[in-house]
Design a protein around this ligand. Sequence first.
Ligand code: ACO
Length: 401
Amino acid sequence: AIDVSRLYAETGCFTYDPGFTSTASCDSAITYIDGEVGILMHRGYMIEDLAEHSDFMDVCYLLLHGELPKADQKTEFERSITYHTMLHEQMNYFYRGFRRDSHPMAIMVGVVGAMSAFYHDSTDISDPRQRMIASHRLIAKMPTIAAMAYKFSIGQPFVYPRNDLNYAENFLNMIFSVPCEEYKISPVLARAMDRIFILHADHEQNASTSTVRISGSSNANPFACIAAGIASLWGPAHGGANEAVLQMLQEIGTKDRIPEFIERAKDRDDPFRLMGFGHRVYKNYDPRAKVMQKSCHEVLAELGVKDPLLDVAMELERIALEDEYFAEKKLFPNVDFYSGIILKAMGFPTSMFTVLFALARTVGWVAQWREMIEDPKQRISRPRQLYNGHTKRDYVALGDR
Ligand code: ACO
C-alpha cells in the first residue's frame, strides 16, 4: 500500500478512484478480508469458528473491545445490553406519524435518527463513557426498534422486550408473539437467528460502514451516523440485495427457467444482474454464504419446510458456477444469496430482510465509528473530485437565455 495522504500538499496531485476500488480510507484492526481466497476474520478469529462456537453477544464484545469476553465480562456486557433494550416510551408515538404501508427500512432511518433527540445524554462524543453508552444503547435498542417497525406495519400491538431471553430469542419474541396466544421460541430458530446476526456483524469498509465513518468524521452524533449507515445499507446493490434475491428467485420460479436468466445476466445490454452474486472484495466464495447455505438446510429441516425456491437457488448456483462468464468475472454467491430463503422460512416478510441486516450490522458500525473517533490520525473525510464542467463563462440575464 502507498500512503498518499500528503500527496496533494507536497506535489499538488491527487488520485482519481471512483468507487474507492484501490483506496484505503483508514487503518483498522477490526475485520480482515482476503477476497481472493475467501477469508473473513474478526479480530483474528475466522468467521466460520465464530459462527460455529460463539454467540452474537461474544461477537459484539469482540468487535467493540478486541478480545472475546471472559465469563464475568460477558455477564456484565449482557447486563448492560439488556438494561438498555427498552425504548423511551415517547418514541412509541413517533411510529404513529408514519404511514402503515411505509417500508420498515424507511421507519428505521427515521426512528434511529430520532434517537439523538431522546438520548442526548450520550451524544457528547468527546466523553469515552458517553461513547460507550451510546454504543450499548444502539446495539440494545435496535431489535426493539426493528420489531416495532414490523408490528406497526402489520397493525399489531408493540411487544416490549423481555430481558430473561437472550438477544436472538428476545428479538424473535418481539416479532412473532401476540398477546392472545403463547409463542414458543424454537431453540433451532433462535440459534439460526443468532448465527445470521454473527454473519452480518461487520464487513470492514463497505458502503454503509464508510458512510458511518464519513458522517462521524465531522463529529456528528453516533445516532445520526448510524441512521446514515442504515440509509446506505438499504440500496439493492448493498443490504437490499437479500430482498432482491428472493424476488429474483420467485420470478425465476422453476429450474427450467434458470438458463434464460443466466443469459440475461450475461447480456451487457440487459440491466438484469444475478442478485446475491458478485462482490467488490470477494473474488472467491463468500465464506458467510457457505455457513448460510448450511444453516438454511438446518432451518428448513427443523421447520419441515420444503421450499422449491431453495432448489431453484442451488441449481442457479450450480449452473452459474459452471458458466465461463461468471468464472471469468469471479462472480460467486455472496452472503445474501441464501439468507432470504432462511428468513422467509422463519416467517419474516421480505420487507424485513434488510432491517435484520441493519440490526446485526449495528455493532460493526458502532465498533468502526468508535475506532475512528479514538484514532489520533482521524480527520474530517473530504474526498477530492475531478471537475469536468464548464470553464468560466459570462453570466446571461434571464431575458437573454
Ligand atoms: N450478475 C451479472 N454480472 C455481474 C454481477 C451479477 N450479479 N455482478 C457483477 N457483474 C459483472 C458486471 O456487469 C461487470 O461486468 P463488465 O466487467 O463486463 O462491466 C463485472 O461483473 C464487474 O462488476 P462491477 O459492478 O464493476 O463490480 P462492483 O465491485 O462494482 O460491484 C456488486 C459489486 C455491486 C456487489 C455487484 O457484483 C452486484 O451488483 N451484485 C448483485 C447485487 C448483490 O448481490 N449485492 C450484494 C453485495 S454483498 C453485500 O452488500 C452484503
